[in-house]
Write a protein that binds this ligand. Structure first.
Ligand code: HEM
Length: 218
């Protein structure tokens, strides 16, 4: 059993550093450190790197609850951090789009959101992530009580929208977006199975049902 002290002292900082690595790597490519470079379309490279890491962090966030059913409550301690990294990467992704890709041309941005479905669904995913980030603190959690869990189901919407956005954005090879869609389907499917189990009647033998989760969505 890993102690709370080890978790707070070593595991959390290690995960924090690991989550910063893609950003650092991107910065090294942007500033052309050593032989590191972006490709011929640097704005698109930045957009893609931030988008994919946003989606990965979002999947990691959603993986913590099913993982905790398998190995115990420890992964729940990392859920908020993954969620906040997902929001950070997604925010930088959106900022890159607004500032570098569209150079804040409001008309073009509005036209994009209205006329390009993959942008519309991406924007929906990003908007869904905002209340999650805002209410991620212990204070908000206490204040919202049960509604916090309800609100944080928006993480499912954000992840579905993120995968959909990725799927629609890809022009030729759909393998990568389909991998993320499969991972997300498995993560959401695990929740459905668990909820069904918990809703099942108590066995007549008096044996205990599968344990109740001490933590809920996402
Ligand atoms: C207002 C919201 C958003 C906008 C305007 C936006 C915009 C874009 C654009 C323009 C691209 C394509 C770049 C290219 O041409 O290669 C892209 C790709 C992508 N976006 Fe977004 N996005 C948004 C939200 C999100 C969110 C919330 C996520 C997930 C958390 C996400 C994940 C991705 C991924 C995974 C890719 C593909 C990366 C790749 O090809 O490797 N986006 N996005």
């Amino acid at each position: 059993m890993i102690s709370l002290r080890t978790t707070e002292r070593y595991i959390k900082p290690a995960i924090f550093v690991a989550c910063c690595v893609p950003l650092l790597w991107l910065a090294l490519r942007i500033f052309e450190v050593g032989s590191l470079r972006l490709g011929p379309n640097p704005v698109e490279d930045i957009q893609d790197a931030l988008g994919i890491w946003g989606l990965r962090a979002l999947c990691a966030t959603l993986a913590m609850t099913p993982l905790s059913w398998a190995i115990g409550p420890l992964p729940i301690r990392f859920r908020r951090m993954f969620g906040l990294f997902a929001f950070t990467y997604a925010s930088l992704h959106v900022m890159n789009y607004l500032l570098l890709d569209q150079t804040l041309a409001i008309d073009a941005i509005v036209e994009d959101i209205v006329e390009r479905p993959f942008i519309t669904i991406g924007a929906l995913g990003f908007v869904a992530m905002i209340p999650l980030a805002v209410t991620s603190t212990n204070g908000w959690r206490r204040q919202l009580g049960r509604n916090w869990n309800r609100l944080h189901r928006l993480a499912y919407l954000a992840a579905i929208a993120g995968c959909w956005h990725f799927y629609w954005q890809v022009k030729k090879d759909l393998t990568e977006p389909l991998i993320y869609c499969t991972i997300l389907a498995a993560l959401l499917g695990a929740r459905i199975v668990q909820n069904r189990r918990r809703a099942a009647p108590v066995p007549p033998t008096g044996q205990p049902r599968s344990p109740k989760r001490g933590h809920s969505a996402p």
